[in-house]
Design a protein around this ligand. Structure first.
Ligand code: CP
Length: 317
């Protein structure tokens, strides 16, 4: 039975209960139908203002939050750090407080530093939604991944889900691990040894560097982008080497379950972590994930806005 949402912010899945995650998924399910209407709008957030504050590039998350807010009838403003006063040295907290002074209700923030969303949330009365912070968490991505899996397979409990790729630098991997394990999935992570963070087993996952093992019993594989821009020490496998040893190809998938679900959060590196044949093939749900992102973000915006109306805000005074 889904729980009750009382949080002003959505900062990650680590702190959420199973019931809170189920509530977001159930709320998303009820909002999904809105996007199929001729007039794709409900008045749930009429009169509310949402700011998308992005310090890192984004296509899917930013556009999806903007569409989600508009489908809920909120007003939306987009701020990119390159074209804002961040370029003149303004801190995240000062930027947040100034945005709040403009009577904004929800700040959706993407930042390159882990913990940025938590820090901002402590300093503003507006709700904060984490749209990806450093290597830490990307909660709405994991929620849309889980939503898509549940839609496809009817359940999460007992599923075998492998997460493949650059686990060490991946906020998507972390949020997926928290979400999937809380809902009862069996999660395995697979990567070259240097891309598996120490003590990852403590998050309740199995670990392998053998891709065939990761695919053998998997009901779904979530393929992560190789983040070569993070390879400051030039220690990652080279692109062709990575594809040869870890790339998802028709041949490799041929040894997995016939109806294995293939997911990817995007952006794709075709020919590096996944072949085009698989990315565009019948097992892929990659574009369905993108579509489901709207419903999940509508749910996140709606729940935090509703909860914030019931908070007295002594903590941020
Ligand atoms: N999956 C994801 O976060 O994509 P963007 O970087 O395009 O938002």
């Amino acid at each position: 039975m889904p729980g009750v949402w009382t949080r002003k912010d959505l900062l990650g899945l680590e702190d959420l209960s199973k019931e809170e995650i189920e509530l977001i998924l159930a709320t998303a399910e009820s909002f999904k139908e809105v996007s199929t209407r001729e007039i794709k709008k409900v008045p749930a957030l009429r009169g509310k203002t949402v700011v998308n504050l992005f310090y890192e590039p984004s296509t899917r998350t930013r556009v999806s939050f903007e569409i989600a807010a508009k489908r809920l009838s909120a007003d939306v403003i987009n701020i990119a750090s390159e074209t804002s006063s961040v370029r003149k040295g303004e801190t995240l907290i000062d930027t947040g407080r100034n945005i709040e002074a403009l009577k904004v209700d929800i700040i959706v923030v993407r930042h390159n530093y882990s913990g940025a969303a938590v820090m901002l949330a402590r300093h503003v009365r507006a709700s904060v939604i984490n749209a990806g912070d450093g290597w830490h968490e990307h909660p709405t991505q994991a929620l849309l991944d889980v939503f898509t899996l549940k839609e496809k397979l009817g359940r999460i409990e007992g599923l075998n889900v492998s997460i493949l790729g650059d686990i060490a630098h991946s906020r998507v991997a972390r949020s997926n691990i928290w979400g999937l394990t809380k809902l009862g999935a069996n999660v395995m992570v697979c990567a070259p040894k240097m891309l598996i963070p120490p003590a990852i087993e403590q998050m309740g996952v199995a670990v392998t560097d053998d891709i065939d093992e990761a695919l053998r019993n998997a009901d779904a594989v979530n393929v992560l982008r190789m983040q070569f821009e993070r390879d400051e020490e030039n220690a990652f496998p080279k692109q062709l080497e990575y594809f040869k040893n870890f790339g998802i190809t028709k041949e490799r998938l041929g040894k997995a379950k016939k109806d294995i679900i293939v997911m990817h959060p995007g952006p794709l590196n075709r020919g590096i972590e996944i072949s085009s044949e698989i990315a565009d093939g019948i097992n892929s749900v990659i574009l369905e994930q993108v579509t489901n992102g709207i419903a999940v973000r509508m749910a996140a915006l709606f729940l935090v806005a509703q909860a914030n109306e019931n908070i007295t805000h002594e903590d941020t005074d």
